[in-house]
Design a protein. Structure first.
Length: 728
């Protein structure tokens, strides 16, 4: 009976799944396979939507996969290989689908992970380097890689570091410097290789070229391949096993020597070009990379010039069909989900979103549900990225319809970020700049809300031309032409080859030149207030300045002051009133010491009697300085001036009886400082020298004490060094 039930279930499953063949539930690590296991994450892109196509990158990726699945490569199971080719190799599929797959495999100590990338690579600088996804559209300027669908390799290095820390052997293989015609040019190619090679994460690195060179591909290599990948697979298949007596093992040292010999030689002799691969690092010289299968090696030697052609079709793991017995309702809902995906019915009734929610409610944690979650996330991000690409192309208008679609894109992207956080928090965070851009250019309750979203994006990407351009447009829309011109100039300086930034600058310059005098004196367009919060810490010295009252009844003939220390911590809020003018309300707690010497005259020829009173008190203070900066650069000196108000919240018990300070007092602050931007972190630190004065008057006790009668007033002057730390 049980067999009959399973047979019927399988028939139902085949009948249900067969209409939709482009999906499969997530497969976890196969514990039936012997450990350690080998896994591979392979990407190859020849067809690009917006940048110059390549010819053989996808075939190279397929060649490397074929090698891993051969006896020479270890017969790696298909379920242990994740591959993206051409139009499926997008930024979102890479991070969402790819790292959901990798997470499900639960790599362990001793496992091997090959990460192979073939396609275009480029860089902004040595800290921002990218592998270009299929739909990456930088619009002519490398700065737009920040939001245009490029795969951030710095984040990939972090993932590699996480795996090597667990004892996983990671092999990072990249054949990505195939053109100097990208926005980064030859400099970008140099940055890319330097960054990948120098920012080591414990992995073995194999790169197609050294810095400043191009990776060759040609139809005469095999039957059409990249020079590096062809000889890498050639060597790993067993040809490199030639040091001394062949032992049927290819070590790191052997494959490095083989590729380092073959690739430069063929590049020079056949193509009159230079190509010198890069391998790292020599401490791995004895590590075995592949085990040679003699039969397969002989077949390879016979057939290596007749390798399969083609390679422009996607064969990634989530296009493979396989069946898992499961609840028929689960299967039906899962199948309905993919039908909706195929029809691009993403939101609304009977949509992919609707069916996913049913899966999440009824079957949480199921492989089917997890796959649907990542697929829906990718679709959300696809929709949002298309709107960002439209913005980068500078073809979108400022119509209500555009604002509505941008707001819808922001809503979908926000959902995707929540879904993706569990899979890859770094990738989720990398989408935040795009989210705030879409919100800023969407429907907002007020201009202030639009500015707040734009400044939030700027805090995430302080060197992002895309958001500088949007701020310029927002300021222009709100008739703040000086601010608009400032941000337009910044955008052009950041991305000088981006046509949209140049067009925005020209538009604003025209508006400024055509600006007419404003005869309506009653209306002023105040700049939007940008608020940033932070904290402060500081300390220094203070000088108490007593004024002797001359009251003989006090028994004292004079009162003198001393220098003492003070220390404080607090919170700040910096509010922009313009490009270089701010107010900086500060609330802090100050711990102070004061020392007063009361002098009582003695007889002729005898020393005066000195009675010292030490006052320890704690004050809560409110400072409201006006800050005027002399620059908008990353290092900007400033001056500050403003009032302060203090409340005495504590005084040591002994002195309170003889000299009680008033509970409230006021004074003023003045200082010099400098704002220093902390690179690309989005934070600013501001060292500051400050002088402050306060009227710390005394409270007249009843009956009066001699110490109180000796004073007519009590003032205090402090000299402090303070540090302020806040968001840019």
């Amino acid at each position: 009976m049980n067999r009959l039930f399973r047979f019927v279930s399988l028939l139902l499953l085949i009948g249900i799944v067969s209409p939709v063949q482009s999906q499969s539930p997530l497969k976890f690590r196969d514990e039936n396979l012997p450990n350690p296991q080998t896994f591979a994450f392979i990407v190859g892109i020849s067809k690009y939507e917006f940048v110059r196509p390549l010819t053989y990158a996808d075939k190279d990726a397929q060649l490397f996969k074929n090698f891993l699945q051969s006896p020479g490569g270890g017969n790696v199971k298909d379920e242990n290989i994740f591959m993206l080719l051409n139009e499926e190799a997008t930024n979102q599929n890479f991070w969402v689908k790819g790292f959901q797959w990798l997470r499900a495999k639960q790599l362990q100590k001793g496992d091997r992970l090959f990460i192979y990338l073939a396609g275009h690579g480029d860089a902004i600088d040595e800290d921002q380097f990218f592998f270009l996804g299929y739909n990456c559209n930088p619009q002519g300027d490398k700065n737009n890689y920040l939001v245009s669908g490029a795969i951030q390799l710095f984040n990939l290095k972090k993932k590699i570091s996480n795996e090597t820390a667990k004892g996983v052997d990671v092999y990072f293989i990249m054949d990505a410097c195939r053109s100097n015609e990208l926005p980064g040019g030859a400099e970008g190619q140099g940055f890319l290789n330097t960054a990948v090679s120098e920012k080591k994460a414990g992995e073995i690195i194999m790169l197609a070229t050294g810095a400043g060179q191009e990776s060759l591909e040609d139809k005469s290599i095999g039957n059409g391949h990249g020079l590096f990948t062809y000889y890498l697979v050639d060597g790993l298949s067993g040809v490199a096993d030639n040091e001394g007596t062949p032992d049927y093992k290819v070590t790191y040292n052997e494959i490095r020597n083989y590729v380092d010999t073959k690739v430069p030689s063929v590049a020079q002799q056949r193509f009159s070009r230079s190509q010198n691969p890069y391998f790292c690092c020599n401490e791995n010289s004895g590590k075995v990379i592949s085990t040679v299968d003699p039969t397969y090696l002989q077949e390879w030697l016979k057939e290596k010039s007749k390798l399969p052609g083609g390679g422009n079709a996607f064969h990634g793991p989530f296009t493979n069909r396989f069946f898992i017995l499961a609840d028929t309702n689960l299967q039906k809902t899962y199948n309905d989900f993919y039908k909706a995906i195929k029809k691009n019915n993403i939101t609304g009734k009977n949509s992919a979103e609707d069916f996913y929610q049913q899966l999440a409610d009824k079957f949480p944690g199921s492989p089917f549900t997890l796959d649907a979650k990542s697929t829906l996330s990718v679709k959300y991000i696809d929709y949002a990225q298309a709107k960002v690409d439209k913005y980068l192309s500078c073809v979108q208008d400022n119509s209500l319809q555009t604002k509505q679609t941008n707001s819808e894109a922001a809503s979908r992207l926000e959902k995707a970020i929540q879904y993706v956080k569990d899979i890859d928090a770094d990738f989720a965070n990398s989408l935040m700049g795009r989210l705030f851009l879409l919100k800023a250019s969407g429907i907002n309750a007020s201009p202030e809300a639009a500015f707040q979203n734009a400044y939030s994006a700027l805090a995430i990407d302080p060197n992002g031309a895309y958001i500088e351009n949007e701020l310029a447009l927002l300021h222009l829309e709100n008739n703040q032409q000086d601010s608009a011109l400032y941000y337009a100039n910044r955008a052009v300086k950041t991305a000088p080859k981006w046509e949209c930034a140049l067009s925005t600058l020209a538009l604003i310059q025209k508006a400024v030149n055509n600006k007419k005098p404003n005869n309506n004196k009653g209306q002023k367009h105040l700049p939007t207030k940008k608020v940033r919060f932070g904290f402060t810490i500081g300390g220094g010295i203070n000088q108490t300045n007593p004024t002797y009252s001359g009251n003989a009844n006090s028994s004292y003939s004079d009162v003198r002051s001393n220098t003492n220390g003070e220390f404080g911590v607090g919170l700040i809020a910096q509010i922009a009133l313009g490009n270089t003018i701010y107010i900086r309300p500060t609330v802090n707690v100050q711990f102070e010491n004061s020392k007063l010497d009361y002098i009582r005259s003695s007889g002729p020829g005898e020393p005066d009697f000195v009675n010292t009173t030490i006052i320890k008190n704690t004050t809560a203070n409110l400072h409201i300085p006006l800050v005027i900066s002399f620059s908008t650069n990353n290092v900007a000196p400033y001056i500050m001036l403003g009032p302060n108000f203090s409340v005495n919240v504590g005084q040591n018990q002994g002195t309170g009886d003889v000299l009680s300070l008033k509970k409230t007092f006021f004074g003023g602050d003045a200082g010099l400082g400098v704002d220093i931007g902390l690179g690309k972190s989005g934070f600013v630190i501001s060292p500051e020298l400050k002088i402050n004065t306060r009227l710390s008057d005394i409270h007249e006790p009843n009956p009066p004490t001699p110490n109180a009668m000796a004073l007519s007033s009590l003032k205090k002057t402090g000299f402090t060094f303070n540090l302020y730390f806040r968001r840019r």
